[in-house]
Design a protein around this ligand. Structure first.
Ligand code: ADP
Length: 378
């Protein structure tokens, strides 16, 4: 047990002076969402959108000062920028208060702009982890790119970022101007993973608001442009983080990945309900790990059942976007850093992803999704 308190942390933060304003970060009211739990500390530092990552040294100094405290086991500090004066919360109100305020109905809800130079942002979501959401996101992104679109991939799965492994990315993204991050490049995609920015050994203590701040930065403070599509690999589930992401970012549409079993489908239904609630158009449901074709004898089996996603989609009045077979080549290529759509685009497994990509292109071109939809808070 650690006896570290919020007051101890604030005292340490009072020693951190913002050189541009010559006052400490606490006096300036920049510290938000402070949480201290058994020596694990997290907070956000509010900066103006124009300052962005230029304030990184301030963040590092704050983290260091808190980590030096007796009883501090881990510290996570993130920079948060509010885009408009209208959406900025009162200083010192804290991110929780801001989120609550945003959840209230607002007259003429703000028209949120997507990242500049990005025509459409789409989300790949799932009701629970382990259903192949990241595998679908990666292969869909590569397939879209091979079909001639300029594509970015944002790994927003804070609980298990797997895109660096799946794309074979190593190292960290860099910044030319100290404000915007340069995306990394692989298989024709621009890609950024929250996994490349966090220390894997650091406990993942980011909670709702903290996570949201980091994710919003990865959408707005990365040099994505020009892009036709930015594919976001969402965190699994339908909790606060997912809901807020859906509220904060103008999504052209969402794709829900499910395995055929009933239990996964129940979760998929929750995912669908979440997007409906935030008025994000749902492009439809993809059934992953659908048919298993034995690599030795060609026999087809339905290990997790079959057709459940198609039935659920029909019942819920959303589209069925296709089936991705359960195949060892998909797992081996994903885990080996060479997605099957890049490694063996002619294979039946890759073709399933190309068929999905074509459906998504048709939906984007038909305007089923919206490039800058109105996000209505409920
Ligand atoms: P999630 O993002 O939903 O947690 P992942 O995409 O990380 O799931 O997939 C979990 C594991 O299942 C990975 O090892 C991945 O390679 C494997 N996998 C996903 N889809 C398939 C598939 N269609 N066939 C074979 N293996 C798959």
């Amino acid at each position: 047990m650690s006896n570290l308190t919020s007051d101890d942390v604030l005292r340490a933060l009072k020693t951190i002076v913002d050189p541009d304003r010559n006052k400490d970060v606490v006096a300036l009211g920049l510290i938000q969402g402070l949480q201290v739990k058994d020596g694990h500390v997290s907070f956000a530092i509010e900066v103006s959108p124009t300052e962005g990552l230029a304030k990184e040294p301030l963040r590092l100094a704050a983290e260091k000062a808190v980590l030096a405290l007796k009883g501090a086991r881990s510290v996570t500090a993130v920079l948060t920028a509010h885009k408009t004066a209208a959406s900025a919360p009162p200083r010192r109100a804290g991110l929780n208060a801001q989120l609550q305020a945003e959840a209230q109905p607002r007259a003429g809800a703000a028209e949120r702009q997507g990242p500049p130079g990005v025509k459409a942002v789409i989300a790949v979501a799932s009701g629970k982890g382990g259903v192949g959401k990241s595998t679908v996101a990666v292969n869909l992104a590569v397939a879209l790119s091979k079909l001639g679109r300029k594509v970015g991939l944002l790994d927003a799965d804070i609980y298990g970022p797997s895109i660096p492994r799946m794309l074979g990315l190593t190292g960290k993204p860099t910044s030319k101007d100290g404000k915007k991050l340069q995306p990394m490049e692989a298989w024709g995609l621009k890609a950024i993973s929250i996994g490349s920015l966090i220390d894997e050994d650091q406990p993942m203590i980011w909670r709702g608001p903290m996570v949201m701040t980091a994710l919003t930065q990865l959408i707005y403070d990365v040099e994505w442009a020009p892009l036709d599509v930015l594919v976001v690999d969402m965190p699994p589930g339908t909790g606060d983080a997912q809901l807020t992401l859906a509220q904060r970012v103008p999504l052209a549409g969402a794709i829900i990945v499910s395995t055929p079993q009933d239990i996964a489908l129940i979760d998929a239904r929750k995912g669908l309900a979440m997007f409906k609630k935030t008025h994000v158009p749902v492009f439809g449901i993809v059934e992953n790990m659908s048919t298993f074709v034995c690599p030795n004898c060609g026999h087809e089996s339905h290990i997790f059942g079959h057709g459940g996603a198609r039935e659920t989609a029909a019942k819920l009045g959303t589209d069925f976007l296709g089936e991705i077979p359960l195949h060892i080549a998909i797992r081996e290529t994903s885990d080996g850093g060479t997605p099957i759509t890049a490694r063996d685009p002619g294979s039946a497994q890759a073709q399933a992803f190309f068929a999905l990509a074509e459906r998504i292109i048709a939906k984007l071109d038909a305007g089923d999704g919206r490039t800058a939809p109105r996000i209505v808070m409920e």
